[in-house]
Write a protein that binds this ligand. Structure first.
Ligand code: ZN
Length: 220
């Protein structure tokens, strides 16, 4: 597990704040390329990326946080959607495979996946973290099992099915990118070294994608 160095100031010591004493690895989780989309994944957990739904699209320092180590989850998932999709696609190209991205807010989470070979983009429904209405913020057990399956994605992912490819739920990435920028996504993305790099090819490229055509990853 690697937490982005943007959160380093919030860590009292380099151990998991839950009390399990697991050392926390802090590093540069920036991904992408300066010519295309680039940004920061909050946590890299094996093949899984975790990103908080931030209230502002730009990554910001958590000045008002008083928790030991708190992800910036102050925003709403729907508002952070374009940011999360951009991260998902960039992360999948970086890893050269289908990898999940967990977008998390204070109340809910969503899972996104992108298949860079078949150009398939998946979005789960919004899954609640807590049982409502209830006092005491009781965790939603089904959601916790879903989270556990996502964290153990390596063991549960059975691959992209032929019928999903045939169904044609494409992200149509090549409609938004010319050949030059497609080539960067396919061959030149990197992890690290992209902090404070301004992207020429802005976030709007992904924001324009057809949102109605996603495969539903987890049905409600
Ligand atoms: Zn722990």
């Amino acid at each position: 597990m690697k937490i982005d160095s943007g959160y380093a100031d919030l860590l009292v010591n380099m151990e998991c704040p839950c009390g399990c004493n697991t050392p926390i690895n802090v590093g540069d989780n920036s991904i992408g390329h300066k010519e295309v989309w680039n940004g920061i994944v909050d946590i890299m957990l094996g093949p899984l990326a975790v990103s908080g739904a931030k209230s502002k699209v730009e990554d910001k320092v958590l000045e008002d946080s008083n928790t030991v180590c708190e992800l910036d989850t102050s925003g709403k998932l729907e508002e952070a959607k374009h940011q999360l999709i951009s991260e998902t696609i960039t992360f999948a190209f970086t890893m050269q495979s289908v990898v999940p991205l967990l977008g998390i807010s204070k109340e809910n989470f969503r899972v996104y996946m992108y298949d860079p070979d078949e150009d398939l983009l998946y979005e789960s429904t919004t899954i609640p973290l807590f049982v409502f209405p209830v006092e005491g913020r009781q965790l939603h057990i089904t959601s916790i099992i879903a989270l556990w399956m996502i964290v153990n994605f390596d063991h549960f992912f059975t691959g992209v099915k032929c019928n999903q490819i045939e169904f044609g739920y494409k992200a149509d990435l090549n409609k938004f990118l010319d050949e030059y920028h497609c080539d960067i996504y396919k061959h030149h993305l990197r992890i690290g070294g992209l902090r404070h790099v301004k992207s020429k090819h802005s976030k709007e490229a992904h924001a324009g994608m057809n949102m109605g055509k996603f495969n539903r990853l987890i049905s409600s």
